[in-house]
Design a protein around this ligand. Structure first.
Ligand code: ZN
Length: 182
C-alpha cells in the first residue's frame, strides 16, 4: 500500500521485518501510529506539523509579510533546505486540475486569502511548472489582484513538469531570485 513500492520490494521488506526481533518491529509500528495520530495541519500555513503552529510560523525572526505558496509540504522542505528564504509559506496540498476534478475549493486557498487580511507585502507563487501548477498560479494571481498585494511567480529554470522536491538547491534559488510580477 505504500507509494513507489512494487510487489518485489514489498516482499523483500516483509521478509526483512519478519527476520527482525519482535521489539524492534513493535517500536517501528508504534512510531508509525504515533506519527499518524500526532501530525496535523499548521493553523496558519497548513503544512504538516505536530503542534498547533509549525516551527516556521512560530519563528518571530522570519519575515511574516512575505508568503511563498507551494503545493506540498515536500516543496516547502525543498526551499527550506536552501536556508536562504526568510519569509513564511503557505501549503495548498495540491493544485487545481480540471482534468482530475480538483477545483479551487479542494486546495487550501480560502486559508491563504484569510492570511492576506494581515500585513502582507508579497505573495510568491512557487507552484510546480506543470499544467496544474501554472493553472493554480494564474488563479491565485487573479484572486489576489483586487486585494492589491503584489503577486510574483518563481522564474523558469525549474523544468516544465518538474516537481520542486526533486530539483537541486541552486536551481531553486535561481528561480526564487528571478521571480517576476504576475
Ligand atoms: Zn505554519
Amino acid at each position: 500500500m505504500l507509494p513507489g513500492i512494487g510487489t518485489k520490494t514489498a516482499q523483500r521488506l516483509a521478509f526483512y521485518l519478519i527476520s527482525q526481533p519482535e521489539e524492534r518491529v513493535e517500536k517501528l509500528a508504534r512510531s508509525m501510529t504515533e506519527a499518524r495520530k500526532n501530525v496535523r495541519y499548521c493553523k496558519t500555513c497548513c503544512t504538516l506539523t505536530d503542534s498547533e503552529e509549525c516551527p516556521i510560523c512560530a519563528d518571530r525572526k522570519r519575515d511574516h509579510s512575505q508568503i511563498m505558496v507551494v503545493e506540498t509540504p515536500g516543496d516547502l522542505a525543498a526551499y527550506e533546505k536552501t536556508g536562504k528564504y526568510a519569509g513564511v509559506y503557505h501549503v495548498l496540498h495540491g493544485a487545481i486540475s480540471p482534468m482530475l476534478g480538483v477545483g479551487p475549493d479542494d486546495i487550501r486557498l480560502k486559508e491563504l486569502m484569510r492570511r492576506l487580511e494581515g500585513d502582507i507585502k508579497e505573495v510568491i507563487v512557487a507552484t510546480n511548472s506543470s499544467l496544474e501548477g501554472e493553472t493554480t498560479a494564474m488563479y491565485i494571481s487573479k484572486l489576489i489582484k483586487p486585494v492589491g498585494i503584489p503577486v510574483t511567480r518563481i522564474a523558469s529554470g525549474v523544468p516544465v513538469g518538474g516537481d520542486l522536491e526533486n530539483i537541486d538547491e541552486v536551481t531553486l534559488l535561481r528561480a526564487l531570485d528571478g521571480r517576476t510580477q504576475l
